[in-house]
Write a protein that binds this ligand. Structure first.
Ligand code: ATP
Length: 237
């Protein structure tokens, strides 16, 4: 099977600093994959390189076509949504305005209206708070809004950077359950970068481990969760 996203020999640079050193991985359509790694391993940079937000070389193909040379905006239009670390909602706009803005490139008005309702099904708390300013939501609610807003693009692939960051464990579990549902029911392929390895491996079907800008391990999430090195380094037992 050809992967939906294929990354080969990816190298990324911040000025003179090289953050990725020949990264290789693939994502199958419909999969939910987690990218695990320690602080500074290159997880955020990997997502940024896919969206052409950092200087990089190598090959990234989406549906067999190279992303090289495309602008971030153009990559979004192809169906790749990025939810960066630290949420990134428009804080002075309401919840509903944020969702509408997520769909700004779409012409199908009726589809947008029904997708907003779909987001309220996934995240009932956003429905309760639809007229509230995003900046006044709790951290967990803002994270949910950021995910919902990205989904308003109707992406085929969603890249999530540490959705659990700063959230209470119960909220993280809720959010991860919803991500699983979005993957299964809405058929969105998901790549999630996580420091919370335990939860990420419970959620995902595939996993990659990145160390200093290289993939050092890959496989089914259940296999990776049982690997002794992973248990010692990332799961703490
Ligand atoms: P974390 O889990 O701490 O967010 P990460 O795995 O996402 O880490 P990256 O943020 O991708 O790691 O960083 C990879 C490497 O690139 C690190 O060594 C980091 O110091 C370096 N780096 C990241 N951003 C910059 C930048 N703007 N300028 C210089 N170096 C950077």
């Amino acid at each position: 099977m050809t992967a939906m996203l294929n990354v080969r020999d990816l190298r990324a640079y911040y000025g003179q600093v090289q953050a990725l050193h020949g990264l290789e991985f693939g994502l199958n359509e419909g999969s939910l994959t987690t990218l695990l790694g320690a602080n500074g391993a290159g997880k955020t940079t990997t997502l940024r390189a896919i969206c052409n937000m950092v200087r990089s070389t190598g090959s990234i193909e989406f549906d067999g076509a190279p992303l090289t040379g495309r602008s971030t905006e153009n990559i979004v239009r192809l169906g790749i949504a990025h939810v960066p670390q630290g949420r990134g909602t428009f804080t002075t706009m309401t919840v509903e305005e944020n969702l509408q803005l997520g769909a700004i490139t779409r012409k199908d008005k009726a589809g947008v209206v029904s997708d907003i309702e779909r987001m309220y099904d996934h995240f009932p708390v956003l429905k309760q708070r639809h007229t509230q300013q995003a900046g006044t939501l709790s951290g967990g609610e803002q994270q949910m809004l950021a995910v919902a807003r990205a989904l308003m693009l109707r992406p085929r692939l969603m890249l999530l950077d540490e959705p659990s960051f700063g959230l209470a464990p119960l909220i993280v579990r809720d959010l991860f359950k919803i991500l699983g549902k979005i993957n299964r029911e809405d058929k969105v392929t998901i790549l999630v970068v996580e420091q919370n390895a335990q939860l990420a491996l419970e959620l995902a079907d595939q996993a990659y481990v990145i160390e200093t800008g290289r993939i050092v391990m890959s496989g089914k999430a259940t296999e990776i969760a049982n690997n002794e090195d992973v248990r010692k380094s990332y799961l703490g037992y």
